[in-house]
Design a binder for this molecule. Structure first.
Ligand SMILES: *Cc1c(COP(=O)(O)O)cnc(C)c1O
Length: 369
């Protein structure tokens, strides 16, 4: 049996008629940049996140950058995040002219460890970016307490956490702003590149909306020096259709995760994903941890099962950030996790038979070992 890591074609097949119709409508109306369909999507996505506004933009990377710019982060500032994330998180910090400052993660979730944040705060610190990795929100209560105490902004990197909750509140609604990616493989995926920032801070929403449209409040009247970060019209149209299905797809991911957990529960040698009290994961990824990661990955590959590594090298050890001066051993939890994590196939359309086959092959591997 073959179990691909991701299968975007299947989803398209299920909603083809609706997608084709809205794409044709974009062409008919020539609303290619921004336009009514992206506006409509923004008006759907904000309440989905429990926020007042959503500002659509070009990508998740740009959403993070837009939020930091909107909050006034600039040269000389420091922004705290974790090394266990996709590099876009820290790129956004670097491209404001600020410096990323890393703190280590919690072993069981790979999310920011709130107990380590205060030690990383300096007079230059302006903001904290907790990353809701794999679809589970970071432990936000202690992080918000620390931010309030030190007068810091909080930008949630919710690029993997569309619809995830923490104590009943949705990803993106707890910090000053929440940033989402609609990269095709994300839980809510466009047919190209797209992203959005959500917020309930009216002033911040206005600043970001103006900035992403060349700093103009009215055509050719530029109040600030901005940038072109508008959302593509086709992407707004596709995402608008997909909003009808996101809750169902999330439930299917959660059911798939529950079946994985059941099948893998008794296998010695692996840890299945841990969800903290009060949180609900939307399982962007289903990440197990094991000391025999490389051997298991090779065995699964031989048996037709594709897996992934998210992410193999923590950011502080990336060549791109050599100049920050971090050393191996600096963030031991993140470094050990990077060697033990393995992402199993996870998407709504995954069939029960495929999940059972993955479970069986993982069982076989550890029986042999
Ligand atoms: C995907 C992702 C991003 C970047 O989103 P793009 O749309 O690819 O620019 C940022 N942070 C995290 C955690 C992501 O998973």
């Amino acid at each position: 049996m073959n179990v691909p890591f991701l299968d975007l074609k299947q989803q398209y097949g299920a909603i083809k008629d609706e997608i084709d119709a809205v794409l044709q409508e974009v062409i008919n109306t020539c609303a290619f940049a921004g336009g009514p369909m992206t506006k409509k999507f923004e008006s759907q996505f904000a309440p989905f996140c429990g926020c007042e506004s959503a500002i659509g933009c070009g990508s998740g990377t740009e959403a993070l950058w837009l939020a930091l710019i909107g909050l006034g982060v600039g040269p000389g500032d420091e922004v705290i995040t974790t090394p266990s994330t996709f590099i876009a998180t820290s790129e956004a910090i670097s491209f404001c002219g600020a410096t990323p400052v890393f703190v280590d993660v919690v072993e069981s979730t790979c999310n920011m460890n709130p107990a380590l944040v205060e030690a990383a705060i300096t007079p230059k610190t302006k903001a904290i970016i907790p990353v809701h990795l794999y679809g589970q929100m970071a432990d936000m209560d202690p992080l918000m307490d620390i931010a309030a105490k030190h007068n810091l902004a909080v930008v949630e990197d919710a690029c993997q956490a569309h619809g995830a909750t923490y104590k009943g509140r949705r990803a993106g609604s707890i910090g000053n702003a929440g940033c989402f990616s609609f990269y095709p493989g994300k839980n809510l995926g466009a047919y190209g590149e797209a992203g959005a920032v959500v917020t309930s801070d009216e002033q911040l929403a206005e600043t970001m909306a103006t900035f992403r449209d060349h700093g103009q409040a009215k055509k050719y009247f530029h109040n600030i020096v901005g940038w072109n970060s508008r959302m593509d019209g086709f992407q707004g149209a596709v995402l608008g259709v997909k909003m009808k299905y996101i809750e169902t797809w999330t439930r299917q991911r959660q059911e798939n995760a529950a079946l994985y957990a059941e099948l893998l529960a008794d296998i010695e040698g692996i840890e299945t994903p841990m969800v903290i009290d009060g949180a609900e994961s939307v399982y962007h990824l289903y990440v197990i941890q094991t000391d025999s990661r490389d051997e298991l990955q090779a065995y699964l590959r031989e048996n037709g099962i594709q897996t992934g590594l998210h992410y193999p090298i923590p950011l502080h050890l990336q060549e791109a950030y050599k100049s920050l001066g971090y050393k191996a051993g600096g963030f031991p939890v993140a470094e050990i996790a990077a060697k033990r994590i393995l992402s199993l196939p996870m998407y709504p359309e995954l069939r029960e038979g495929q999940i059972r086959y993955v479970g069986e092959k993982i069982g076989d591997f550890f029986k042999k070992a």
